[in-house]
Design a protein around this ligand. Structure first.
Ligand code: GDP
Length: 737
């Protein structure tokens, strides 16, 4: 064994030399090629191969915020360390996030990191972990090139991490994993690896191994370099490098072989050397692993403790070593703005026409509205005009900001592959495409689910009413899963969102940011109405008694659409039967009327309204009359379309000790739930089920009492489904009273 260690020691020294000679050859070559192309056009500080757009994803409490915070610290952007439990973490820019210790909105932060003499730019997006904010996670994944999945060394793969992992699969996001909290009692690195393999079907390959766990956690082994890192407890930026402890040599070699085999599968050079029995350099292994990670064939696994500042520098190296740059992922694709059957591809290149996706809007106290944009191709210049192809409108880019954790930097232009914040966009909403007007493209928009829960909100003072409405509109602009409207029957202001916590936070922000005190009622389920079949109907609004009359007359057809499609309006008017300027008012009339369906006054969704005929009067026809006619036509037609009620169905996961399984199952089925399965994981039973949201209010309390406080449950929105007849009748009756 001693001899083996000596061999590794010599290997280390030799590898060290090779490392400095050949370091990142592939990157330098690519950069030179790119720089030659670019030099005439513009100087960009970071060539594309050295840019990383990454997100950090995790189950709540796994340590995402602390890890992001340490990344900011080690990249030199923040001088002092902020702790989440002290409530001064830099990424948690919103006060209430600090108090609750969770991260709600994503903050895009730009940092720099030097890895072996090469400077990298990392755009870091902090994603939320709570179920109520899953859409935030989705929208971040859409604009990222790679991600770090943080797991708790004790809890491992928790329900939420599983959900987020599957979302990342959906968007083909390459991932490395960071097993955090190696210092806590119960930390078990190998257990988390097993869970990743079993539950996430991940090819999880450790590139690091912990030296000791929990109280005895002392350092980290770099498997590829065969080195041990020990951290200095006094100076957190320091660590010492040593040989692999003797009792871990075999394990390190086993892991190293697994890494080489994976690298060989994705890299011909490594493959040849591997089968030829030749030595494979550290660089070659890393290069092969990088290819495998980007091709989604493996997930390199790191470990450490963010809280105790161990392993963060190596994690940053890992981000630059294994996660893709914008040129390593597929080029963005979209559609022709006039014909969605024609696909268009845009290369990640500064010389291509500009295109980008607005993925987040924040109302900022200093500059007004800030729109975060991921630039996919071309360059974006301050003071220029861009075309919003989703809205068919031109918008001016007043200023471009690069967002750092503690300050913002105004820049003149930004390039393909970057993430920036733009000031000056008035009409752009989350999910809109911005592009060059002469070469337009429409990128896929981001799908947002409909809010599932709603509650009436009232300002404490009469004077607060207007302020509250303005504030709510601003908040809805920022967050596409939050909606606000007036209930036309009760006249109350309603706010609707993805869960109770979501709405709590909105009320909290009203108070802190807009100084509006408001009370909310009891949360209600957001039921919807829809139709089963197509039918035609008519709306006639005619008033001709004395003075100027009113004349609006339309014929429409309503057709059911697939679930989740919302509302569509199509005009089939030809030959000017209804003049052009009166068509949009018909659309407005139908849309407004659809907010109160004919069954029980809930919003009507998933239907298309086709305007196909009508008539006008020379003098009495106007926009107002056609709007009313549209609304009348909607009410008449919907009744003929076999309308029915929809309710949100939730995916539920209950974690409970074995002995309470029977009671838990019957508590779910008693709530109109459907058990999908149950399994034993780490000594506790996990029950997966679906159940209507309306039955789940107060379920936390029920579960606590049947499991003597030992059960836990999480839920997330699944889909809208039909309300059973008996319940639908009750809802209709209540509404009519
Ligand atoms: P998030 O919900 O995933 O953002 O998790 P946080 O970063 O807010 O961490 C949750 C809690 O765990 C906080 O109290 C942190 O201080 C603590 N924490 C995070 N990382 C570590 C770690 O490595 N070791 C220990 N002991 N505590 C940690």
């Amino acid at each position: 064994m001693k001899f083996m260690q000596f061999v590794h020691y010599i290997n280390d020294i030799v590898a060290g030399f090779i490392l400095y000679e050949n370091r990142y050859d592939y990157n330098i070559v690519t950069e030179k090629r790119i720089l030659q192309n670019e030099v005439k056009r513009m100087p960009r500080k970071y060539a594309l191969p050295f840019v990383r757009n990454i997100g950090i994803m995790a189950h709540i409490d796994a340590g995402k915020t602390t890890t992001s915070e340490r990344i900011l610290f080690f990249t030199g952007k923040t001088r002092k360390l902020g702790e989440v439990h002290d409530g001064n973490a830099v990424m948690d820019s919103m006060v209430q996030e600090q108090e609750r210790g969770i991260t709600i909105a994503s903050a895009a932060t730009t940092v720099n990191w030097e890895n072996h003499g090469q400077d990298y730019r990392i755009n870091l997006i902090d994603t939320p972990g709570h179920v109520d904010f899953m859409v935030e996670v989705e929208r971040c994944l859409r604009v990222l090139d790679g991600a770090v999945a943080v797991f708790c060394a004790k809890g491992g793969v928790e329900p939420q991490s599983e959900t987020v992992w599957h979302q990342a699969n959906k968007y083909n996001v390459p991932r490395i994993a960071f097993i955090n909290k190696m210092d806590i009692n119960g930390a078990n690195f190998h257990n988390v690896l097993d869970m990743m393999r079993a539950r996430l079907k991940s090819n999880a390959l450790p590139v690091q191994l912990p030296i000791g766990q929990a109280d005895s956690f002392r350092g980290i082994i770099d498997v590829i370099e065969r080195r041990a890192y020990y951290y200095d407890n006094d100076d957190i930026t320091k660590f010492t490098v040593d040989r692999v402890p003797e009792d871990m040599v075999d394990e390190v070699e086993l892991c190293r072989t697994a890494l080489i085999e994976c690298a060989a599968e994705s890299d011909d050079v490594v493959m040849e050397k591997y089968f030829g029995g030749e030595d494979i350099s550290v660089e070659e292994i890393k290069s092969g692993l990088r290819k495998a990670t980007i091709a989604l064939k493996c997930n390199p696994v790191f470990c450490g403790t963010a809280y105790r500042n161990k392993g963060i520098q190596q994690l940053l190296d890992g981000i630059t070593d294994y996660l893709p740059s914008p040129v390593d992922v597929e080029h963005v694709t979209g559609f022709d703005v006039h014909d969605s059957s024609i696909g268009i591809e845009r290369k990640t290149d500064d010389n291509e026409p500009f295109c980008g996706l607005a993925f987040k809007i924040v109302s900022d106290p200093y500059v007004g509205k800030l729109t975060y944009v991921r630039i996919y191709s071309g360059t974006l210049k301050s003071g220029s005009y861009v075309y919003n192809s989703s809205k068919d409108k031109k918008e001016r880019i007043a200023r471009i900001l690069q967002m750092h954790a503690a300050h913002r930097e105004e820049i003149e232009e930004s390039y393909s592959g970057e993430i920036v914040a733009v000031v000056g966009l008035r009409l752009t909403q989350t999910g809109d495409t911005l592009c060059d007007e002469d070469t337009p493209i429409l990128l896929d928009s981001i799908d947002f689910p409909e809010p599932v829960i709603r509650v009436a909100i009232e300002p404490r003072t009469q004077r607060g009413q207007e302020k509250m409405l303005t504030a709510l509109i601003k908040l809805a602009e920022e967050d596409p899963t939050f909606k606000t409207y007036t209930d036309s029957e009760t006249g109350q202001t309603i706010i609707a969102g993805m869960g109770e916590l979501h709405l709590d936070i909105i009320v909290d922000r009203l108070l802190r940011e807009f100084r509006v005190e408001a009370d909310i009622g009891k949360p209600q389920v957001s039921y919807k109405e829809t139709i089963r079949k197509s039918a035609e109907g008519e709306g006639k609004y005619i008033k001709q008694s004395g003075g100027k009359g009113q004349y609006g007359h339309v014929k429409i057809r309503m057709e059911p659409l697939e679930s989740g499609k919302g509302y569509e309006f199509v005009s089939e008017i030809v030959g000017g039967v209804i003049p052009k300027e009166l068509i949009e008012p018909v659309n407005d009339g139908i849309r407004e009327a659809s907010r109160n369906g004919v069954l029980a006054g809930f919003e009507t969704v998933d239907f298309r309204a086709v305007l196909f005929d009508g008539s006008t009067h020379e003098v009495d026809s106007n926009e107002m009359a056609f709007k009313v006619a549209g609304s009348m036509a909607f009410k008449e037609t919907m009744k003929k379309c076999d309308p029915y009620l929809l309710e949100p169905l939730m995916k539920v996961e209950v974690t409970v000790p074995d002995e309470y399984l029977g009671d838990v199952m019957s508590s779910i089925t008693g709530r109109r739930g459907n058990i999908l399965g149950s399994e034993l994981r780490n000594g506790v039973m996990i029950v997966e089920a679906t159940a209507p949201l309306s039955e789940l209010f107060g379920y936390a309390t029920t579960l606590r009492s049947i499991s003597q406080g030992r059960g836990n449950f999480s839920m997330e929105f699944d889909k809208y489904c039909e309300v059973p007849k008996s319940i639908a009748e009750k809802l209709q009756k209540n509404k009519k009273q």
